[in-house]
Structure formats: structure tokens, C-alpha cells
Design a protein. Sequence first.
Length: 390
Amino acid sequence: MKNIFTGSHERILDYTTFLLTVSFQLTLPILPIYLYAILGASEQEVGVIIALASISSAVTRIPSSILVMRENALRIFILSVGLNTISLIGYTLSADPWTLAFFRILHGISFALSYTLMLSFASLIVRPDGVSKSIMNYTASLALGLWIGPATGVLLSSFLDLRMLILSAALISLAPISLAIAFTKKRPKFWGDIYYSKAGADVFKVLLKGPLILPTALHFLYSTVIGALFAYAPLKASNIFGIPDQLVIFIFTGYYFIAFVLRIILSRPIPWLGDVTLLRIAMASCALGIFIAGIAQDVWLFVLGIFLVAVAQGLAFPITAIMMAHVAPPNLRIIGNAIYLTSWDLGGLLGPIMVASLLYFAPLSMALAATSIFAAISLFLIGKIAEILE
């Protein structure tokens, strides 16, 4: 443990990312079931409450990034990691769906602050020629946490009920707080002129252009599919197929294992597969996967569909995040990443709400499959993105 706290800035940041992600990801696959089976939420309420984190994150991410300056960035980072712990404790103590909804909003604020700062730090604490490698290491640490979180949930769910499982996530979340404090005490040196004390309308004039908007739009479209998948695939697994909670978590462990493996593969150049081809594979897999998961009447087809969506999460985020680091100048990197990551929030909001709305007119299977249209639309953007990468 001593080595973890005394390593390089990049390593401490990667450990923080990993453990923070483990703590909330442990709860994500079972949170819809917890709301529905333990707290008595309806199917529609599940979609709305799960989406609240995306709403609060989307509302706060850009305004908060404008307020981040050199003198308060590290303090805000510690605060954001602490809010994750408070939210998880709140989930554990909630007695009804709408009490949990309050902590879901707080969790969204934590996401907005912490992940914007961690992605930005990954590109700002290294020399410009090391940015791609640093971001790839960050996304790999993130993917590892996304995988280990559900895997830990599988292990713990064999002897803990859902409420105690969420409490265990809150206890794990204490570790990234200590790491964030260690990162701050080391006073990382940011490369170049990072902060913008005179940010104004010109900031958005610079950033709201094609090179930034296109990868941001792509990020939004596939995150809409993922938002719908995570809000409603666990319910379909439980209610339609009768899959036990432990196996639901195991399925999503496999999902994130696929994403992790793909990011490890991406960390080594693949000469015969360029970024444009990889993005096309990712979006086609996303569209096909959510459609199959939605209409599947067979458990194995359902799981196959979920795993195909994992290909998009494994490939698209690292590629578009690196693109963002190269098109947003260092002094605008945090606000640029805030705009980029807000698209994830909006997708996470739209996906569950779209499915919840369709449930008034269609069964869950068809409502979930309908979100494939967003991934299909994203395929048309990739030609324009190719022009940025040339």
C-alpha cells in the first residue's frame, strides 16, 4: 500500500480512478433491482431515478469546470471523490425510492467533478508527447475498475443481501479518498498554461467547432444506448428470464472484461486497423448488440447482445478521448473535456427516459431494441470524424 501512495502522479491517478470506479460500479448492475425489489419502485420510476445521476451531472459539469482554477482544482478533486462515498452510504440508508433519488442526484455531481478532472489531469500532468499513452492508461484503469466492480459484486452477493452489498461499496470508496489526498499532497506540476482565469464567450467560440463537436456527438449517441442498457437490461434479465441477482452481476462483469481487454489491445498500435475502422466496428456492434438484447427471447442471445455493446464501450471512449486531448488546447482542456463528458450524461439521461416513455406503448423488449437507432445514426458521423484524424 505504501508504494501506491508514494508512486508517480500518473500511477496514483490511475489507482484513484480504478478504486473510485470499483466502488460505484459494484452497485450499478444491481441498483435497478434494488430499487424495484427492495424499495418498491415501478419500472418507470426505475428509469427516471437511474437517469437522475445523468441529469445532475449534465447540469453541473460545464458550470463547475468553468469555476475550476489552479488554486482550487485539487481541493475540488478531493471533494468530488468524497461525494461518491456520501452517495453510496445514502443508497444503503434509503427506505424508499425517492430518498435514494436524492443521493442519486448527489452521485451525479460526484461523477461530473471527479471524472472530468481525472481525464483532464491524465493529459495535463505529462509532456505533450506522452498524452496519448497517459489517456490510454487512464481509460484502461477505468475499464479495469468497471470490470472488477461487478466481479467483486458477484463474490460478495453470495453471502450479502443487496443493501449490505451497497454498504460494502461505500467502504471500498474510502480508499480513493486517501489516494486523492495523496495525489494532492504531491502537488503535481501541470504542463503548460492549464487554467483559464479569464474564460468567457471566446472559450466556447473556440471549442464549439467540428473537431470537438463530432467526437462529442458520437460519444452522446452510443452513451444513449448504454444508458438504456444499464437501466433496463438488469430488469429484463430478472423479470423476463428469471436470472438471479448474482448472475446478473456476473453478466455485466463479462461486459466490462471485454471492454478492459479491448482497451489493453488498443494500448498497442494495430497497423492494419486505423481509428476510423475501429470506430465503425464499435458503432455497428453497438447497434446490433442492443437490438439483439432487446428482442432476444433466449438467454444466450440476450447475453450476446450485451457483450456486443461492450465492444463499443471498449473501443470508442479511448479513441474519442484522445481526439479531444489533441483538439482542445491545454488552457481549455478541462472545459473541453467537460463539454465532451456532458454528452455521456445526456446520453445516460435520454436512454432510460426514452425506454421508460416507450413502456407506455410497447413491451420492454421492443422499447430496449428501439434505442439501436442511436448507434445506427452514429455510423454516419464517422466519415466526418475521419477528416479530423487525417
